[in-house]
Every structure is written in C-alpha cells, then in structure tokens.
Design a protein around this ligand. Structure first.
Ligand code: AMP
Ligand code: ZN
Ligand code: FE
Ligand code: FE
Length: 283
C-alpha cells in the first residue's frame, strides 16, 4: 500500500530544501503522496505542482496555518483547498504580513536585551520565504550568541516575552470558514506536545475535520490515543514527519519512516470532494 507524508516544510517557509529536492527525496523514500505544508504560505506547493508530475508523486495542496484560539497560537493544517480561491489568497497575504510585523517586534525585543540584530539580517536568512523564528535562530548562531539551534529557542526565541508578542494572525474561526469555503479540510497539528485532552476536545469543537495522529513527537501510545479519539468522533486521521531538513529540526530522520496509510489520504480527499459537491448544490 502507498505511503503518504502530509506534513513537510520547504524553503518557502522555514525548511532547508527546495520543493524539487523534497519531491525527489520523497520518491527515493518510496512515498506515494506528499503534502507541502509550509507555514502560512502555499508558494512551496505552487512551485512543486509541475515537478510532482514529472517525479511521479501525488501532491496534495497544503499549508500549516498559525492562528488564534482562546488567546493562544495554534497550528492548523489545511488540505486540498482550491489554491486560486480569493479567500485563501487573501488569508495567505494577511498571515505573511503578520509574520513580518511580528519579526520586527521580536527583533526590537532582542535589541532591548542588548542583542546586536537587525530585521534585514533575519530577512536575508529567509531567502524570500515566509519569515519565522527559525531564521532568527540561524542569525543568532552565525553571530555566536548561541552554539546550537535549540539553544537559540531556550535562551531567546522561546522565552515568554517573545512568545507573548501579539501577532495579527487570523482567528481559528476565520481560518476554518475560509478553508471550508475553498473546499479544503482542516486538521489540528501535532497535538501531543501542545494540548491536554480537554483542550483538544474544545479545539475540535470549533469545526476541524481531523487530528494529526501521526507525528514524530507522538509515541506509540499517543498515536493510538489520538487515532481512537478521531475514530470515535468520526474525524479524519492525518499525519506526517514535519520535515524541515537538517539544520533547523531534529525530525529529519523521520522523513520516509513516519508516514500515513493511503486509506487516510483517500478519506481526506473524499471529505474535500463531498464539501465541493454540497457547496455546488447550494450555489
Ligand atoms: P514560528 O513559525 O516563527 O513561530 O516558528 C515556529 C517554528 O520554529 C516551528 O515550526 C519549528 O520549526 C521551530 N521551533 C519552534 N520551537 C522550537 C524549539 N524549541 N526548538 C527548535 N525549533 C523550534
Ligand atoms: Zn517550522
Ligand atoms: Fe507546527
Ligand atoms: Fe510543521
């Protein structure tokens, strides 16, 4: 049976690799289906569409959206939406702008703490991709403020005063309605390290379609628990390796091994297709 990875990042956000490199690596690892889920941008996906055909990989539109829920930031994975939909395009633009303003605020905070850092240096590290804290971490390493990537988060970027910076990300309700209007489906990303079970129940009640049960941060028990949760609530099971490449994440070895069964991909595509059919009837 074919294997899928529905959670990967390219250099359109904070991944190391181009879409082309990722697709070729996916093929080598024997994957049949891939979703590029860059942070708040579909540019990586758009670059990959033609290459996926050449390489022979089924590529599903995807994105990992940072949004606001109960005054906290949550990551929602969206799949198989219409990438030309106006609502989606507008949402991506808003999210990119929110990321830029947030990075300016992060840089200012770090400057106040005596760190010699400019926004332009972080921007240069993003190579035109959607800017994020991993790019700032790279600069902090280059300038020898820290010796390793995790240390940059421990000493600077993961501190409450940085994490607490208010960001103009869309609300979860806006994200859900925009993605559903574009016939997409939504899944809560990597719940294991982030939420209590009660929080997941609350989060799911906002109208999400699935749970990312399979993720490198989930041990077997967690994977089983979330899969059971999804089954009993008749929700989709999603999963992937959260691949970022080597330099910014310890998940690299899981690419090609933390995978999702093809039956879950089929269920996801069916949900999206049904949404499309129902909407057509309403129109
Ligand atoms: P941002 O999108 O700017 O909030 O940055 C979030 C990204 O930073 C995540 O997707 C991870 O790739 C990375 N990240 C977050 N926390 C850590 C951490 N403690 N150590 C290493 N990488 C992290
Ligand atoms: Zn990331
Ligand atoms: Fe995430
Ligand atoms: Fe991710």
């Amino acid at each position: 049976m074919g294997k899928a990875d529905l959670h990967t990042h390219t250099n359109a956000s904070d991944g190391d690799c181009s879409a082309e490199f990722l697709l070729k690596r996916a093929k080598k690892k024997g994957l049949r289906t891939l979703a590029i889920t860059d942070h708040d941008t579909i540019r990586g996906y758009l670059k990959a569409v033609d290459i996926a055909d050449e390489v022979g990989i089924q590529l599903i539109p995807g994105v990992e959206i940072s949004c606001q829920w109960n005054s906290r930031e949550v990551h929602i994975l969206a799949y198989n939406f219409d990438v030309n939909d106006e609502g989606i395009v507008t949402l991506m633009r808003r999210q990119s702008m929110a990321r830029k303003s947030r990075m300016r605020a992060i840089v200012k905070k770090l400057q106040e703490q005596g760190v010699d850092l400019e926004y332009e240096e972080v921007q240069a590290e993003a190579y035109g991709g959607n800017i994020g804290r991993p790019h700032a971490a790279q600069v902090l390493m280059k300038k020898q403020y820290v010796r390793s990537f995790p240390e940059a988060f421990i000493r600077y970027l993961g501190k409450p005063e940085i994490k607490g910076i208010e960001t103009d990300y869309a609300s979860i309700d806006d994200v859900i309605s925009t993605v559903k209007d574009a016939n997409g489906v939504l899944s809560v990303a990597h719940p294991g390290p982030v939420y209590t079970d009660t929080e997941i129940e609350d989060l799911l009640s906002t109208g999400l379609d699935g749970i990312e049960c399979i993720h490198p941060s989930h041990n077997f028990d967690k994977q089983k628990k979330y899969t059971e949760m999804a089954r009993s609530a008749q929700l989709l099971v999603t999963g992937g390796s959260d691949y970022h490449g080597r330099s910014k994440s310890e998940y690299d070895p899981f690419f090609g091994t933390v995978t999702l069964g093809e039956q879950h991909v089929e269920a996801l595509l069916r949900t999206s297709e049904n949404r499309k059919r129902t909407r057509k009837k309403i129109d």
